[in-house]
Design a protein around this ligand. Structure first.
Ligand code: HEM
Ligand SMILES: *[C@@H]1O[C@H](CO)[C@@H](O)[C@H](O)[C@H]1NC(C)=O
Ligand SMILES: *[C@@H]1O[C@H](CO)[C@@H](O)[C@H](O)[C@H]1NC(C)=O
Ligand SMILES: *[C@@H]1O[C@H](CO)[C@@H](O)[C@H](O)[C@H]1NC(C)=O
Ligand SMILES: *[C@@H]1O[C@H](CO)[C@@H](O)[C@H](O)[C@H]1NC(C)=O
Length: 412
């Protein structure tokens, strides 16, 4: 007995105890469907689970998810990451439908909130319940039909025009143009003007800070020790956050003061269009102020969350769409023919006026452009700007396929 407990014997005992404790602490319970444990991805390890995949870079992780989805089809499967609550990945349309229809059960959850709090605070993607509803309502008001009309008839032609000029000038000099930057510039100008009544550029201080901070927040979802590593690596992140906070509060204060600055150096337009644009400029921030009252930090969070939801997603979707079209000449020609054909058909007999409004949004309605829309949807399918969503169970529940989810289970 004493021989066993000295030297290497003791070491072994310590090791076994440590392992047992680790196993107890880290082991994620199995999630069951009608009593039978869900299948797990091939290569799932006994204790580490799928944790190692999450330590690899983002692209590799997403490829792994795609591989799993090919493997399982629409079957809901379990993934395990040490220290996290058990998780399932849902592709089954019935299960997804259930998740979307039971908002009260599936909340944003601590997993998401802890990581994105610094950047989005109580903004809509972090909010549940009443706080969510108020922001959602303000947003729908902002996106009402008459506002969208101004967007497509006045704002978009104006900013497209200035971007086109820029691209043409570069092309005439034989220079290379970064289309991603062009699309980001257009959506920045559009959202900046319509939502906040601000002239916002893709390469401004705020945008650069925001891009850096969202990158860091994204990394947090893969690094379980982010709160420790950031103590050492987070200097630029903290600086970016300060820039973003200041910008957010400036927007809010500007809106409260009722400043209606139209510092546009762009084309002089006739009065009616200028008035139409002015009347909707800053309407998102105004709606948010009305809905959320004078809580400045909350309004700023809400406003900045809308910015990333609307501006970056749209720019990325368009960038990928053009990227794919450039690799497929015949598809590009079909899109061109469809748009050109429609314009010719609708403007037949009308002399094209110079400047904006010559091609009204009514002419280029999505329903009149089935091929172009199919191309856009295909680009979204292949390169989704938001590749997944994460929710957390507020209470135990059973999905339509029989999968039992315990409280706190994470779904993606
Ligand atoms: C191609 C462009 C777009 C894509 C691919 C896209 C995609 C998505 C996705 C996947 C979500 C769900 C995210 C989640 O709940 O975790 C979402 C939510 C949201 N999107 Fe978009 N979106 C786009 C354009 C826009 C635009 C133009 C706006 C507004 C101007 C916008 C505003 C929002 C808002 C406010 C939410 C949160 C909704 C809520 O939590 O109730 N999005 N978007
Ligand atoms: C708004 O205009 C005032 C003066 O007309 C100017 O001082 C201020 O910087 C402008 N603000 C913005 C955000 O353009
Ligand atoms: C749309 O919203 C704007 C302000 O954001 C408001 O002035 C306008 O009356 C609204 N239009 C409709 C049809 O609700
Ligand atoms: C281009 O797209 C068409 C569908 O419109 C497809 O049939 C074809 O294979 C694609 N070509 C290339 C080179 O990807
Ligand atoms: C577009 O740019 C041209 C050239 O600068 C300008 O003459 C025209 O007025 C602009 N149109 C609009 C709608 O801004």
């Amino acid at each position: 007995m004493t021989a066993l407990l000295d030297g290497s014997g003791l070491l072994w005992l310590a090791l076994i105890c440590t392992l047992a404790v680790c196993r107890f602490l880290l082991l994620t319970p199995s999630i069951r469907r009608n009593g039978i444990p869900l299948r797990k991805p091939p290569g799932t390890l006994p204790i580490a689970g799928n944790g190692l995949v999450f330590l690899r870079d983002r692209q590799k992780l997403f490829s792994w998810f795609v591989k799993c989805e090919r493997h399982f089809g629409i079957e809901t499967f379990q993934i395990t990451v040490p220290t996290l609550h058990p998780g399932v990945v849902i592709n089954d349309p019935n299960n997804l439908d259930y998740v979307f229809k039971n908002e009260g059960v599936f909340a944003k959850g601590d997993f998401v909130k802890q990581r994105s709090w610094d950047l989005f605070g109580n903004g809509i993607i972090n909010a549940d319940g009443e706080l969510w509803k108020a922001q959602r309502k303000a947003g729908s008001h902002f996106l009402n039909t008459s506002n969208l009309r101004v967007l497509t008839d006045v704002a978009l032609p104006r900013y497209l025009n200035s971007s086109l000029e820029h691209v043409r000038a570069r092309a005439n000099n034989g220079e290379i143009v970064d289309l991603q930057l062009v699309f980001h510039e257009i959506t920045s100008l559009l959202m900046g003007k319509m939502a906040y009544d601000m002239e916002m550029h893709a390469d401004g201080d705020f945008t650069m800070a925001f891009e850096h901070a969202s990158g860091v927040v994204t990394e947090r979802f893969q690094n379980p020790l982010w709160f420790i590593t950031e103590i050492f690596t987070g200097f630029r992140f903290r600086k970016s956050l300060a820039t973003i906070r200041k910008f957010g509060l400036d927007i809010v204060n500007n809106a409260i003061d009722g400043h209606q600055n139209s510092s546009d150096s762009l084309a002089q337009l006739d009065d009616t269009n200028e008035k139409r644009l002015d009347s909707v400029s800053g309407s998102l921030i105004q709606s948010l102020l009305t809905a959320l009252g004078s809580q400045q930090k909350l309004v700023a969070d809400a406003a900045l969350t809308y910015l990333t939801a609307g501006r970056d997603t749209t720019a990325q979707a368009l960038t990928w769409c053009l990227y794919l079209l450039m690799q497929n000449k015949s598809a590009m020609e079909r899109v061109r023919d469809e748009v050109q054909g429609l314009i010719e058909k609708k403007t037949l007999g009308f002399r094209r006026r110079d400047g904006e409004g010559d091609i009204s949004s009514a002419v280029l309605a999505p329903t009149s452009l089935p091929y172009t829309m199919a191309v856009f949807y295909e680009a979204l399918r292949l390169y989704p700007p938001i590749p997944f969503e994460i929710r957390e169970c507020e209470q135990a529940t059973t999905l339509p396929d029989g999968t039992f989810l315990p409280e706190k289970a994470v779904i993606a």
